[in-house]
Write a protein that binds this ligand. Structure first.
Ligand SMILES: Cc1cc2nc3c(=O)[nH]c(=O)nc-3n(C[C@H](O)[C@H](O)[C@H](O)COP(=O)(O)OP(=O)(O)OC[C@H]3O[C@@H](n4cnc5c(N)ncnc54)[C@H](O)[C@@H]3O)c2cc1C
Length: 378
């Protein structure tokens, strides 16, 4: 029996769901608000864990292609103190495949493959109908009905209000991102500082992480504890789009740190402001037939390397359960069982990442080093 299934959102979770369902020969409609795959920069690099993101790709039949594209050497991690002294310098073994890195754009293209995505379809509201079906409203005024709608539309999900009143709240930590291009030729000293993977520097209530992407591109993230309106507070009145003003205020925030570390900010040309929001830990809802959530829409948590992995694994697992379901009752049972499994696992990760953020942006920087020592394979 063919069900009309729509997934809202073409991020890692939604695309993995669609790709695994496609792998099983089932049709699925992917509705994505972006007008085209390259409508906005895809973001930085993702590490995909062996039993999570990589398992999801295996379920989609894409693991071999991932292995071709991914960068195992990107797992390397160096930690400095604010004076620039190297505290840890971890390099993966050549056969280490626990968490290889892949650029988000490469992952997106890998997942897109043969999928037929409906671009430029921004969903505004999802309304379960009394008797059957779920009505989806679009920004252009159109409406469509489906048997099952999966909200994979990220932090500010427009599907979530159909089943839950939860909304994201600010963690107290803000992230400002910048990037450097052609690092090996334009900034060889910084290229050496970063190595093949990442360099992280932890200070009091703030940290700076630079991470190599493919093609000599580096993403730099400055994270610090601050009120949400820090840029208008403290007499700063900072225009977030003003790169020079943003750079100066970051350099002031990280004043006293070693010069090569500050160069990571000094050479940034554009700055993106990203306050970190989360959903309540262990967010669940009363099951509503015909609608469910996965990924950040269901369990937005601090960005500590779990979110995309969870979204992809959930997408793959839900698709496999749906592919195995035959009647409408089976479809609903498959979704219920998926939700129970997702809530339990995501709840565990939400606790881990929430505690992790507390320690990585902490008044005591030795906490961050302790986190590294606890999670890093020796
Ligand atoms: C700095 C940073 C680093 C991170 N690093 C990692 C990492 O290394 N490993 C890891 O596992 N996780 C990482 N994460 C977390 C990860 O990015 C997210 O958890 C992951 O992207 C969630 O995937 P998703 O598919 O649920 O949602 P998203 O990636 O947010 O995708 C949602 C999609 O839905 C679309 N959409 C939104 N609203 C609508 C609408 N109304 N109608 C239609 N479409 C809509 C969006 O355009 C988007 O394409 C990181 C996060 C940050 C911020």
């Amino acid at each position: 029996m063919r069900h009309r299934i729509a997934v809202i959102g073409g991020g890692p979770g939604g695309l993995t769901f669609a790709r695994v369902l496609h792998h099983h020969g089932h049709p699925v409609t992917v509705l994505e608000r972006d007008p085209a795959p390259d409508a906005r920069p895809p973001g930085g690099t993702l590490d995909l864990h062996e039993g999570m993101g990589q398992l999801a790709l295996e379920k989609a039949g894409l693991l071999a292609e991932f292995e071709e594209l991914s960068r195992p050497e990107g797992q390397a991690m160096r930690i400095l103190d604010t004076n620039g002294t190297v505290l840890r310098d971890w390099k993966p073994r050549p056969d280490e495949r626990a968490n290889p890195e892949i650029d988000r754009g490469q992952l997106r293209d890998l997942l897109l493959g043969p999928l037929d995505i409906q671009w430029g379809r921004r969903v505004t509201e999802v309304v379960p109908q009394a008797h059957a079906g779920v009505l989806v409203h679009f920004a252009d005024g159109r409406q469509e009905t489906f048997d099952l709608v999966i909200g994979a539309d990220g932090a500010w999900s427009r599907v979530r209000p159909a089943i839950s009143s939860a909304t994201p709240h600010y963690t107290g930590v803000t992230r400002v991102e910048t990037s450097l291009d052609d690092i090996d030729t334009r900034h060889p000293d910084l290229a050496r500082l970063i190595g093949d993977g990442s360099v992280a520097v932890y200070g009091v209530n703030r940290n700076l992480v630079a991470q190599r992407n493919s093609g000599g591109h580096v993403k730099v993230g400055a994270q610090f504890r601050a009120p949400l309106d820090w840029h208008t507070d403290l007499d700063l009145d900072l225009a977030l789009a003003d790169a020079d003003a943003m750079r100066s205020s970051l350099l002031a925030l990280f004043d006293g740190w070693a010069a090569p570390v500050l160069d990571l900010l000094r050479h940034g040309t554009a700055f993106v402001h990203r306050p970190l929001y989360v959903l309540p830990v262990s967010h669940t809802w009363a099951h509503v037939p015909g609608v469910t959530l996965l990924g950040d829409a269901a369990h937005l948590m601090p960005p500590l390397g779990a979110g995309a992995n969870l979204a992809m694994l959930e997408g793959a697992e839900l698709a496999e359960s749906i592919a195995a379901a035959s009647g409408p009752g089976d479809l609903d049972e498959a979704v219920r069982a998926f939700e129970e499994q997702m809530w339990e696992r995501a709840g565990r990760w939400a606790k881990i990442t929430t505690a992790g953020l507390e320690r990585l942006v902490s008044p005591d920087p030795t906490q961050a080093l302790a986190v590294f020592d606890e999670v890093q394979p020796s």
